[in-house]
Design a protein around this ligand. Structure first.
Ligand SMILES: NC(=O)c1ccc[n+]([C@@H]2O[C@H](COP(=O)([O-])OP(=O)(O)OC[C@H]3O[C@@H](n4cnc5c(N)ncnc54)[C@H](OP(=O)(O)O)[C@@H]3O)[C@@H](O)[C@H]2O)c1
Length: 329
């Protein structure tokens, strides 16, 4: 019997990336919903959905991800990042297992070294506090779960740090980038494929792999060195940019003027994930290279297979292009 997998928040970045992988997993039946077809804030609708539809796994990609906006929008952020997760986890208890995505922003960044899953949490901003509340809600609901804590996500189809840097380098000869926050950029493509592989592994393993795992690319950088890397790579691929790497200036985060504070250290140790699922994350530069290569050649190269879920619940057509946002973590 084919197992049924529901992707919620399917029009977001991760949701879209996961749907690109559907052709690789013919043993599963995929279903997808987004806010228009299943608003996860609506507890009754969520319960009724699971009464009517049998799902074996839920991959929850829904979230409020506008980190700076969240500082003035705490109620909505809490509803989406905590209450929806609670609604899902309670409705799914005993019926379906949940895969949920958490964030490095649950930490205060004061640790010297790499954060493990057992380190104490102390979020610095509204987004981080609401995401942490979501993680705790899953645990409290007692449903079987995999929670993946990731960091500094980017994907090819949406607004993100490499795109902002290249746009700025195209417009301006010099600009400032924060150099005192350290972490690891993680390609959405990697997060999606690792999530799908982990799900497969969780289904086939004799051990119960439920729990919390850090899941990010390998290596580390800071935003300034990340920006330099992106600009040098683009120049190498022939991009015409006004800015030269030597004219990009390192500045402290206090000069960024952003509403939400962010941790100075976001490094996540993925040793537990590797031990459980047998997958060693690639270095962050691999997916950044791929991204810039993809943007360089996208007019002539179609890298992606066509993908459709078996059913987009309550919606006739499905677009795989995420809505763009200017304010992502
Ligand atoms: N982006 C990062 O750098 C980063 C870093 C660490 C962790 N994460 C986590 O990774 C996960 C995926 O992030 P992402 O970048 O793919 O997020 P995203 O692009 O912002 O997508 C989130 C999706 O959730 C949907 N949604 C919001 N409220 C909903 C509701 N009440 N019911 C159903 N759907 C709802 C949104 O729909 P609308 O667009 O219609 O609002 C959107 O399609 C999230 O859990 C996020 O917290 C992200």
């Amino acid at each position: 019997m084919q197992l049924s997998i529901l992707i919620t928040g399917a029009n977001g970045q991760l949701g879209c990336e996961l749907q690109q992988l559907i052709p690789l997993y013919p043993q599963f039946r995929f279903f997808s919903t987004d806010i228009d077809t299943l608003d996860l804030c609506d507890k009754d609708a969520v319960e009724s959905f699971f009464d009517k539809n049998r799902m074996d796994y839920i991959i929850n990609c829904a979230a409020y991800t506008a980190v700076d906006k969240a500082e003035d929008d705490a109620n909505l952020c809490y509803r989406i990042n905590c209450e929806t997760v609670q609604n899902l986890a309670e409705a799914a208890r005993g019926k379906a297992k949940i895969i949920h995505i958490s964030t490095d922003y649950v930490f205060d960044g004061l640790k010297d070294g790499w954060y493990t899953e057992d380190d104490p949490t102390a979020p610095l901003n509204v987004y981080g506090r609401t995401k942490l509340a979501g993680d705790q809600a899953i645990k409290a609901a007692g449903c079987r779960h995999l929670v993946f804590r990731t960091s500094w996500l980017f994907c090819s189809q949406s607004s993100n740090f490499p795109r902002s840097i290249l746009e700025q380098a195209h417009r301006e000869e010099s600009f400032d980038v924060t150099d005192d926050q350290f972490g690891c950029p993680t390609g959405m493509e990697f997060l999606a494929s690792a999530t799908a592989l982990a799900l497969h592994q969780a289904l086939t393993s004799e051990k119960d792999l439920s729990g919390l795992y850090n899941l990010a690319a390998s290596g580390e950088t800071n935003w300034y060195n990340y920006a330099l890397y992106v600009v040098k790579k683009a120049l190498h691929l022939g991009w015409k940019l006004k800015a030269r790497p030597e004219n990009i200036r390192p500045v402290p985060a206090t000069e960024s003027g952003r509403a939400a504070r962010r941790p100075a250290n976001s490094r996540l140790s993925t040793a537990r994930f590797t031990a459980a699922f047998g997958l060693t994350p690639p270095t962050w530069t691999y997916h950044v290279d791929r991204l810039i290569w993809f943007w360089t050649h996208q007019k002539t190269t179609n890298l992606r297979p066509a993908a459709r879920p078996d059913k987009v619940i309550g919606q006739r057509f499905f677009a795989v292009t995420p809505r763009s946002r200017s304010d992502r973590p």
